[in-house]
Ligand binder design. Structure first.
Ligand SMILES: Cc1cc2nc3c(=O)[nH]c(=O)nc-3n(C[C@H](O)[C@H](O)[C@H](O)COP(=O)(O)OP(=O)(O)OC[C@H]3O[C@@H](n4cnc5c(N)ncnc54)[C@H](O)[C@@H]3O)c2cc1C
Ligand code: SF4
Length: 562
């Protein structure tokens, strides 16, 4: 990334608004801007919108939100989503025992509707609508363009620079460039330092005929199921799994706290396979297991990183770029918040412009995030207050011991009926500590004490990592690697060998490999990097010592599903 370019900004091409990224946040911002007659240019690095994106993914329309995706794009549900999700469960697992909690209340809390989506079809559909709207203003959507820096004049941000185009000046720049936002970092608003502020999500899309989905999940065409999984099946790594029904496929994946994944030196593809091959999933998987796509991406933890003032000069951050992804136990909501934030950022600019102070949109935007209650959802004060105690080593260690003890087990058995209340309470979930007890011990002990043995057989044989990489589409930027390994010592960068979702200790391929270099009788453990199979998840930007950028426009991996 070019952090800041002071070119002769006066000579640069000008658009009133530039939106970077055509995910849900960028699409929402661009739609509101264009609907208000603002000349809007959207720049997207993928060959097509959605080709770089991954979600679980359930998109919610919240009653309390000022913007929902179908407010802005009325045909969205009919044309761009997969299935309405009408039932939601949490399966706590220990060995082959399973204890299920119905998440109906939390699923329906503040919910107008909820649909499963696949990002390539969803985002490309949105981009077509956005292009129609923005073209009317003299702008449009340009794909295959990577924004590589901020254009500055006397140190102040006045636009963007790109790999593929000349610099562009704008009255407002909306950075909707996702979790690995290079713009947020260049502006000094976000960093990629602490693994405990991020999750890593990994996902497989599995082929299943619609009639098999109907039969195995007992759903009609306009119904769908979401299931979440926690307990001892992820080798002690904090996090969980998910399964969502699509039209003719299942999205099955995992989301783990990155610090835990790194500390346990766990391999993401193996944890995903633990889920895919668990006997409990045998009842839903087709007789012939066939994986359509393997993908991965980082996810910000809004409780820790959602920025209270996500702007600098004319640059406004929305969605994952601003850390606006809410993960509290079974609540995983990012796309809806990106939509809301995109709408509010656009609204702020339109208001600022009407006051003849277009460059003051940032303050208005931050006020709107607070006044509309978005910040309260993303960073609940009760979590901030309680975590100092609940996440301290002493308290969490003692609690873990208690839950595992015979007294704790007796308590959980006695309170069995209450567990559903806790799992379904947004208030309680808003202060759930990010500890081993919450994510591993409680689900495991619940299953041990209250669960029933899984009776189905699961014959699924997921592809190897090599086969998964082999199935992906890449347009490699030969001779121009987008990630540079700054420190190749194992100490500095070795975690990436296991945490990278397309690398593994015993795999000769992948991005990161461990090697032993012998010189003059001494041995040194080092790592090497090959960016060709990279799925651009962003993990090694945090767990290894790298200079990390996205590939140039249109280059790198291309997801079909997302
Ligand atoms: C495994 C997994 C499961 C998830 N499950 C859910 C879920 O069930 N529900 C939910 O709501 N959320 C879920 N999320 C989170 C959700 O995907 C994000 O919160 C959401 O996509 C954020 O939207 P966005 O518009 O901010 O960014 P993105 O959707 O990431 O879009 C960013 C866009 O910017 C483009 N871009 C990036 N950099 C540049 C650049 N320099 N120049 C030009 N273009 C650029 C990208 O190509 C991309 O199109 C999940 C995430 C993962 C990884
Ligand atoms: S090389 Fe880095 S960004 Fe690429 S897939 Fe591996 S961890 Fe993710």
């Amino acid at each position: 990334m070019t952090d800041a370019v002071d070119v002769d900004a006066a000579d640069a091409e000008h658009f009133e608004a530039v939106v970077v990224g055509a995910g849900p946040g960028g699409a929402a911002a661009a739609a509101v801007l264009a609907n208000n007659g603002v000349e809007t240019l959207v720049l997207e690095r993928g060959v097509e919108a959605g080709s770089k994106n991954v979600s679980g993914g359930l998109i919610y329309a919240e009653r309390s939100a000022p913007y929902t995706i179908d407010d802005l794009f009325p045909d969205f549900r009919e044309e761009a989503s997969e299935r309405p999700v009408t039932r939601n469960y949490m399966d706590n697992i220990a060995g082959d025992r399973v204890h299920t909690v119905d998440l109906k209340d939390v699923h329906e809390h503040d919910t107008l509707w909820c649909d499963s989506v696949l990002r390539r079809p969803m985002d490309s559909w949105l981009a077509d609508r956005v292009h129609e709207l923005t073209a009317e203003t003299g702008g449009g959507v340009l794909t295959g363009v990577r924004v590589n820096g901020l254009l500055r004049e006397d140190g102040e941000i006045v636009g963007v620079t790109c790999d593929e185009l000349d610099p562009i000046r704008a009255d407002v720049v909306v950075a909707a460039d996702g979790v690995n936002s290079e713009l947020a970092r260049a502006a000094g608003l976000m960093d990629w330092e602490e693994p405990n502020e991020w999750f890593q999500g990994v996902k497989a899309v599995v082929d299943v005929e619609p009639d098999v989905i109907a039969d195995r999940f007992d759903v009609a065409e306009d119904e769908g199921v979401a299931r979440l999984f926690g307990g001892d099946l992820f080798d002690g790594v904090r996090g969980g799994g998910f399964l969502y029904t699509n039209r003719d496929s299942l999205s099955i994946g995992t989301v783990f706290h990155l610090d835990s994944l790194a500390a346990e030196r766990a391999e993401p593809h193996e944890l995903l396979d633990n889920l895919l091959t668990h006997p409990h999933l045998g009842q839903w998987l087709p007789d012939e297991y066939s994986e359509r796509e393997y993908s991965a991406k980082l996810v910000p933890d809004s409780k820790k990183v959602a920025h209270g003032s996500p702007f600098r000069d004319r640059l406004l951050l929305v969605g994952d770029a601003a850390g606006q992804m809410q993960a509290q136990g079974p609540i995983i909501k990012g796309m809806n918040h990106a939509v809301t934030a995109g709408g509010l950022a656009a609204e702020a600019y339109i208001e600022a412009r009407s006051r003849n102070a277009p460059y003051s949109a940032g303050d208005l935007y931050a006020d709107k995030l607070r006044d509309e209650g978005v910040m309260d959802k993303l960073r609940p004060t009760r979590y901030e207050l309680s975590r100092r105690v609940s996440e301290s080593d002493a308290v969490s260690g003692a609690l873990d011991g208690l839950v595992r003890s015979s007294v704790g087990r007796l308590g959980l058995r006695a309170a069995g009926g209450l567990t559903g209340r806790v799992f379904n309470s947004p208030f309680a979930l808003g202060m759930l500590p990010d500890t081993h007890t919450s994510y591993v011990t409680v689900p495991t002990v619940l299953a041990e004490e209250l669960g029933e043995p899984a009776t189905a057989e699961n014959d699924a044989t997921p592809p190897t990592l090599e086969e998964r990489i082999g199935e992906l589409t890449y347009d490699t930027d030969v001779g121009n690697p987008h990630i540079e390994l700054v420190d190749e010592s194992y100490e500095a960068s070795g975690t990436a060998v296991t945490a990278c979702p397309v690398s593994a200790r015993d795999f000769g391929g992948g991005c990161y490999r461990e090697e032993t270099v012998r010189t003059d009788g001494s041995e040194e453990r080092v790592v090497s990097l090959d960016t060709q199979p990279c799925v651009e998840c962003g993990t090694c930007a945090i767990v290894a010592d790298t200079e990390w950028t996205h590939p140039r426009g249109g280059k790198g991996v291309e997801f079909d599903q997302g």
